[in-house]
Design a protein around this ligand. Structure first.
Ligand code: ASP
Ligand code: MG
Length: 444
């Protein structure tokens, strides 16, 4: 058996479905569970429905029309009619919900998840019927495969219950290809939940873990995870293999926006995750832990950051000063992207998104008893990822290449497979280019 996840960004016009069907056909020598995201942009639009109740009805009718239109373009005859019937059930429910939202102006996390669930439930029908039109023995199942707790918006998967549900599903559905919704779950009480934006990748790996399936394929617009953003780096290429820890670091740094939990279910298993393109050949396989042949893999740059430097001799040896600084960030609802403190304890440096900087600086200024100076400069974060960074000879080569650009600070990531340099904005681009060259020299 295989799990194949089909992203939303590659479901935007009828030709996409043709390519998707061609891809899935290649794997029908064995049973396939296809996990789908909502069609391109639909999740964002459904979010607007809950945020602007006065427009709910008109917005929803537009979304519904788009799905019927797509269904009519990817199927016909009996397949279309069956799809139409399935889709009507879901869209009637959605239209009613939109009407209620318009009337009541309600918006809460539970309702939001309920509304978002329609994106994936409708997508399952479009994709399922499209595959059938191309002669694949497929069956769309609109109900979520995952059982979760009721932490709406970021629900946690309940693995034993999900296992049971999946086994029952496979028992009752004999089609070769079963199409299920990603991103959404259902509580034991029957309420719809979501597992976090971009969550269908995670749905796919969780299903693999629950069913002990050894191969997951995440199909997206890009043919794998690349050594760097090809718009920024000359010679950027697809990385053939990533260890799990490298994949976690690179995807968190934005090399390809994968849900943060995507690789969690795969750790310490022999599951292989392929990240592959729909339009172009090429893939990255993610499997196993670091091996000696994993050297350097890729670069990621996070731009638009500000480094806030809190300085004072009064912080030295004082228990709770770091906590006080961090608490201000928490109170200001500011995410800390990187941080550091020297052993002299005379300064604490926080790197935050530039759009949060002012808010945080104002708050920190209130810590008058022990903070003396607060300064801020524009920076970018340049990260390099590879298991080879665990080895002194490779780490020192990278650090000495970076040294010429005088980075402000350096920190290591999970299991020491990444190094992040914080550099002044003007310096970061060149530093990143230099490090990308180093990666290209080492990549296998
Ligand atoms: N449709 C959901 C989202 O846009 C889940 C996903 O795309 O993976 O966040
Ligand atoms: Mg998506």
């Amino acid at each position: 058996m295989r799990i194949i996840k089909i992203g939303g960004s590659i479901q935007k016009d009828p030709n996409d479905y043709h390519l998707i069907a061609e891809k899935i056909k290649k794997f029908t020598d064995d049973k396939v569970i296809v996990v789908t995201s909502a069609l391109k942009n639909v999740t964002n639009e459904l979010l607007q429905v809950t945020n602007e109740p006065e427009k709910a009805v008109s917005k929803v009718s537009e979304i519904i029309d788009r799905h019927y239109d797509m269904l009519s373009k990817v199927s016909n005859g009996k397949v279309f009619e069956e799809g139409f019937q399935l889709l009507s059930k879901v869209t009637d429910e959605l239209a009613k919900v939109a009407w209620a939202i318009g009337m009541l102006g309600e918006n809460n996390p539970r309702l939001r998840d309920y509304v978002l669930s329609f994106g994936e439930r409708m997508a399952v029908i479009i994709l399922g019927e499209a595959l059938r039109s191309y002669g694949i023995d497929a069956r769309p199942i609109t109900e979520p495969p995952l059982i979760t707790d009721s932490n709406y918006g970021e629900a946690n998967v309940l693995l034993p219950e999900t296992k049971e549900r999946l086994h029952a599903l496979l028992e009752s559905v004999k089609s070769k290809v079963v199409v299920v919704p990603g991103f959404i779950g259902i509580t034991p009480e029957g309420k719809y939940t979501t597992i976090g934006r971009g969550g269908s990748d995670y749905s796919a790996t969780v299903i693999a873990k629950a069913l002990n399936v050894k191969e997951v394929r995440l199909v997206t617009e890009v043919p794998g995870i690349m050594t760097g953003d090809p718009r920024k780096f000359k010679g950027a290429k697809t990385i053939p293999r990533l260890s799990l820890e490298e994949a976690v670091e690179l995807s968190q740094l934005g090399a390809k926006r994968l849900h943060p939990k995507t690789f969690d279910p795969v750790f310490d298993t022999d599951i292989e995750v392929y990240v592959e393109g729909l339009y172009d050949e090429g893939f990255t396989v993610v499997k196993g832990a670091c091996t000696p042949s994993d050297v350097l893999k890729g670069i990621a740059v996070v731009e638009g950051l500000t480094l806030i430097d809190v300085e004072s001799t009064r912080m030295v040896g004082r228990i709770g000063s770091a906590a006080a600084v961090m608490t201000e960030a928490q109170k200001a609802n500011v995410n800390i992207i990187a941080m550091s403190q020297p052993a002299s304890e005379t300064s604490i440096q926080l790197v935050v998104s530039s759009s949060d900087a002012k808010k945080l600086q104002e708050r920190l200024a209130s810590l008058k008893e022990f903070v003396k100076d607060i300064s801020a400069i524009d920076v970018d974060a340049v990260s390099i990822v590879g298991c080879g960074l665990q080895r002194p000879e490779i780490a020192s080569k990278v650090i000495s290449s970076a040294a010429a650009y005088n980075p402000i600070s350096v920190s290591r990531g999970m299991r020491r497979v990444s190094l992040t340099f914080i550099a002044e904005r003007g310096q970061a681009v060149e530093l990143a280019e230099e490090l990308h060259e180093v990666v290209l020299k080492w990549i296998n």
